[in-house]
Design a protein around this ligand. Sequence first.
Ligand code: COA
Length: 699
Amino acid sequence: MSATQIERRGPVAVISLVNPPVNGLGSAVRSGLEAAFNELLSDDAVTGIVIAGAGRMFSAGADIREFGKAPPPDVPNLPELIDWLEESSKPVVAAIHGVAAGGGLELALGCHYRIAAPKTRLGLPEVTLGILPGAGGTQRLPRVAGVEAALELIVSGRLVSEREALKLGIVDEIAHGDPVEAAVAKARALADAGTPPRRSSARDEGLAAARSNPGLFDEFRKGMAKRARGMNAPYACVRCIEAAVRLPFAEGRHFEREEFRRLVDATEAKAMRHAFFAEREVAKIPDVPDDTPTRPVETAGVIGCGTMGGGIAMVFANAGIPVTVVENDSAALEAGLAKIRANYQATVDKGRLAQDVMDRRMALITGATEFEAVAGVDFVVEAVFEEMPIKKQVFGILDRVCRPDAILATNTSTLDVDEIAGATGRPESVIGTHFFSPANVMRLLEVVRGANSSAGTIATTMGLSKTLGKVGVLVGVCDGFVGNRMLHQYLREAAFLVEEGALPQDVDRVIYEFGFPMGPFAMSDLAGNDVGWRIRRAKMADHPSNQRYSGTISDRLCERGRFGQKTGAGWYRYEQGRTPVPDPEVEALIAETSRELGIERRTISDQEILERCLYPLVNEGAKILEEGIALRAGDVDVVWIHGYGFPRHRGGPMFWADTVGLGTIAAAMRRFRDEHGEWMAPALLLEKLASENRGFKDL
Ligand code: COA
């Protein structure tokens, strides 16, 4: 089947892009468009042309899989093709539905008019792939929508609704019937009236304001500096929009192309492409085929309405799924429901949620104090205390009460899902769902596969994670699963670095500059140092004797009531709000602890901080892959990008490790083992790949 189709509607011809699932503008589509235009431009019976997308959407843009590959000869590249279409003397109208993203919107901007259907999303998200809109988008959008809007849209990569696009002038009309029909009528009217084509490249009104405000770009760069730290693409986007104001269109387009070429093969773009495809690959489970029957989840139950349970109930309600929450007694239930209400209210007060939407969501949440209330639901998430005997008891009851085909999930971050499943007579319907806190905000969901979880249970839970707006990653049973198991390595070494000579602010600065939203100590203060303290005290007996204890300073902080932000002090002081301020009292405590431990404090370089924090984390990731706890290196990357803020532009820890070189990391781990102890020994898989000069990407 051809990648484009032509249909005549009177004197107007409609060209449809036909490249499922997203009408990516790969070489076949570009050739097809070129051929169709050649045919229609030379056909005197055709007075106007409409471009539309067949299937789900207009177009999601350039075919990302073609990046880094040489295009076949004789196929026009997208920027030249769009320039040429725009030159058409016959009116060209875009009929947009679904999505017009990246090259899809650039193609539409090359058309003379744009008509969008309701529920369409439009934008230039290239920056999220480490590149820029390289088919004229940085030149045409500011001309059409104004420089400030273009800066905001292109640098954030945000998609907007058709209504916002209309306000911004990106689309000319919203079609209330069939958008193709409306576009055909528009093209016909333009042709009949003999209106000359309105070419975006020749428009100037959007640029005028910026010409009289030359400080605009520096101001914008200042505003984005924090978010764009360590990245090149956002700055290149700004330079191109600046060029649109400064240079004639053709020169600006040339400038954009040069900037695009520099970005597209750089590590930043490769890392972000990897993240894009890894996020989609997580849904593919080799032994759970796509056609595995799933169970529709129309109603849900949540056991426990504490912080996690309440957050999880909100996740269901946000997705429009009625949810029943069960608590021990009415006082706990009332408190839990009040917390949920307050959470929603805060979002409404900030103007980020409409009151009626909040009311609808609250109406989907029903409270109960009896387990029988969840007897008829399709999917139950247990979120009670993280203690095995309590969880087993709850599962025993759920097994008795719930309908036989219901799925029973445990929201555990540490416990053995198989042991919990053993408390029921239906271990095949039991699975782990490890939500991250706050559950209604964090996108990661570790789906923990028990030894007996059936394919249907896994497929249903993975599908549900998408419905809930989460990125579900399937992991196996082990202590801490993927994310927290690796986190443990990172936090331990951060603590040792402080005992050896670094200060919390040194470690946090290095990690922040690397691209994490915050370093390990600021993070601990946010989460509450007392959480780890309680766990360490409970587990003291099984602390590995061959390993240095990493909790000394944290324990002492907690003994002084320094639990973190919530007590106004932790590793830092918090005078006003959430900004951590280094505290001389903590520095004194650190120095004293080092002395007591017999450690002579030394100067620790930024490079050592980075290596000591991140290499052991990667090393643990290698063990996780070796043991089959995660299916693919990309799955580990997705866990870290969405659960822990690992910078996306570095691709996740395993991708990043490949860019460093596994030989370098294995050698460093050997050195760390010799200097510190056996717990730093390189993973077998790391050693093996390093010796074969391969990377995690080659697995
Ligand atoms: N090039 C190549 N493949 C693409 C693609 C593109 N621009 N956009 C999506 N795909 C693929 C996905 O990898 C996925 O493939 P798979 O089924 O083999 O995993 C499939 O198309 C469906 O995409 P998915 O993201 O799962 O669909 P969705 O309906 O959830 O989202 C979009 C649709 C358009 C919003 C989303 O795909 C998207 O954001 N695409 C990228 C847009 C973009 O950045 N364009 C600029 C390119 S430079």
